[in-house]
Design a protein around this ligand. Sequence first.
Ligand code: CS2
Length: 501
Amino acid sequence: MKLTNQTLADLPAGIHGPQYDHTARGVGIVHLGIGAFHRCHMAVYTDDVMAQKPGDWRILGVSLRSRTIPDQLNPQDGLYSVVIKDSNSDTTRVIGSVAGVLFAPEDTQAVVQAIANPSTQIVSLTVTEKGYCHDPATGELNQSHPDIQHDLADLANPVSAIGYLVAGLQARQRSDSGAITLLSCDNLPANGQTVEKIVRKFASLVDQALAQWIEQHVSFPSSMVDRIVPAMEAEDKTAFAQRTGLDDAAVLQTEPFTQWVIEDSFAGNRPAWELAGATMVSDVAPYEDAKLRMLNGSHSALAYLGYLAGYDYVHQVMADPVLRQFVDAFMQTEAATSLEVPADLDIDAYRRELQARFDNSALQHRTYQIAMDGSQKVPQRLLQTLRFHLRQGGPTSCTCIAIAAWLRYVSGQDQHGKKFTVQDPMADEFAALHRTHGADATALVNAFLATESVFGHDLQQNDHVKESVVYWYKLICEHGVIHAVTTYFAQTEQQATSRCL
Ligand code: CS2
């Protein structure tokens, strides 16, 4: 049975459809980058809100690059299933909040018009870290990015998310359609302020009057988003169809846990997401930092170490006693101690809960998926923790081990000599660094630390960081990840003993 509005009344037993008439609701949100994460997160919250309250909050999705999602969702009237899996059981629901999906390269004007439409109150984004075309170390617009250069020269036919936003805001200004909110839902620190800085910079390069209009009419709340959403593979879809009898080309899987903390500063109306469990606050920063450094920081660390050691999935890394202990030590001694912990967050309980989420073997979350785009992720996930402890004279070894594992990962070869493709906008630059300096660990680490878009200006001048990353990098290359991490624990134990004596 193909999933569509027509077949919704006959869903297989145990699968629940939307608890409201989704076809009677209008669109109030345009979402750029309608990938799996958005459809398991904000679209679910919005579906829950519409089931509880009247309101035209359906989401018009925009796919910026790939035709896959519009081709999957549009023939299904925007409907898709979400399978929520824990280690022992799963539940499935069909989400009705997505009204349809535009394919930006072909529907360019429709996207711009949708942003300008007076009924659109919010444009939200999940375009991944690299989709902001910014310098990850500083958060500034990268004006030499080819997509930005293209859009500055031809804003009538944008290709970047930032170009679409500014073209849409310009159309909104021209048609006097009123205030609007741009809501970033990507894992960036101060994501609202970051997108504000980038959009305003871009707009000022186009037209000062537009930049001023944006200042007066657009708000940019920050938000912290959290739900683990592993990519759905072809076999997972076939298994779903066989198990349920439902033919859903867009089915997704996720974990039971979900969290959304939103800065309550909207320029127009918004759905009452708090009814669906979102937390509205005046300052997201402490939640965002905790999530980025604890969850995403340890995710990246375990992905690089685990992938090099030959583990394909997160739960397998967690089942390795040495790496499990490392993840715990990373969180407890370095990430957690670098934070200004929000008053309502029990950081020890948070750490344990994260480990339980990583243990979820039903999720099949690939280390390779998390390992991609390190150049865009490492600054906020690892380097802020490192900088904090450098200032305080605190512990830095776990973070330096994770950085060393990343440098080794981007060589494109694991510790068993297996070659793989590094997915990262800077993959070619990193490969060149390995070609030039591969035989000399000190020269290699120096060259990486001098990559300012990742490491800024400060870290290349820090001898302690250099020495530590070189030391762990050599151990990882010569003896493997498990030996390096075991050495770390032996050293920590020795230090603890000598402190006691
Ligand atoms: C992961 C995140 O792929 C990654 O880099 O660390 O997508 C992570 O699963 C989410 O941020 C969880 O909320």
